[in-house]
Design a protein around this ligand. Sequence first.
Ligand code: BYC
Length: 312
Amino acid sequence: MENKYHKFNACIEQDIAIEAKDDMPDAYRKTLIRQIGQHGHSEVIGMLPEGNWITRAPTLKRKAVLLAKVQDEAGHGLYLYSAAETLGADRDDMMEKLIAGKMKYSSIFNYPTLTWADVAAIGWLVDGAAIVNQVALCRTSYGPYARAMVRICKEESFHQRQGFEAMMALAQGSEHQKQMAQDAVNRFWWPALMMFGPSDDHSPNSAQSMAWKIKRFSNDELRQKFVDNTVPQVLQLGLTVPDPDLQWNESTGHYSFGEINWDEFMAVIQGQGPCNHERIEARRKAWQDGQWVREAAAVYAQKQAVAQSKVA
Ligand code: BYC
């Protein structure tokens, strides 16, 4: 019997992008909706910890930059929801699943932003980790997801640089500011490493996602890349990494680092992190408060369609 997905398999084999109207296995579609939907949710929920500081940014310049960054994250969420819709996902359904705790979003956004330095650390470390993951996704096998990533990465790279620059201002400032910068690194270092997901031997989705070339590198490979990229930046800032086991390994050409607290990671992704409840409540409120806008937009779109059909 001819393999129903012969063409799909050949495209994956030859690195030809799969497009929305191509035949694809249901499980491939489902995996992508899960990952892209969760990625979109991460961008949208990710606006909350930084958005919290827009009114308290230390200068007008920092406020303008932060406003633009948070707005970019909203845009990323929209590209991603659109990419999920090309696979047949429904945006309202994804939002309702997020609010009901049936869809995940990145663990990192369940940590609070206690000081301005935390906002700088998110730009530098969190966007930095996101870039490492997303540069790899620019070559993911599903075309609409890969193309969304190209644009997102350009914006994330600006975000990462502004975060580093804001961190540098603190690290070169007064003793108090330097301490704030170090505290932020202490708080965000390990959660940033957790963004890459469970270690390869505990990652249930990786083998199939690698076979389908949704993932091009494993969770541990990307985490290592992030550590190798970022440790020199921490040192350049005159700060330290909160890991007594961190050391440069001459023989591998990589930094080796300590064990991640996987119990903490599992608790956070199961809804028991410091801010999970607050984040979901904020989205629930926005979703409910925005209902009349969605309804009005739908009625307007319907009226426009009727008017256009009369002209035609
Ligand atoms: N947090 O088998 P695994 C941004 C879940 S936002 C929560 O390895 P997979 C930004 C995973 O979903 C950028 N959950 O899964 C925005 C799975 O659970 P389910 C966010 C996690 O999918 C605003 C289970 O654990 N980036 O840049 O093969 C301001 C087992 O994991 C996490 C993305 O979303 C986690 N960290 O690999 C600033 C990247 N890790 O679904 C910045 C896109 C794992 O089976 N996503 N889980 O119930 C990916 O690349 C992959 O989905 C992951 C996980 C590498 C995250």
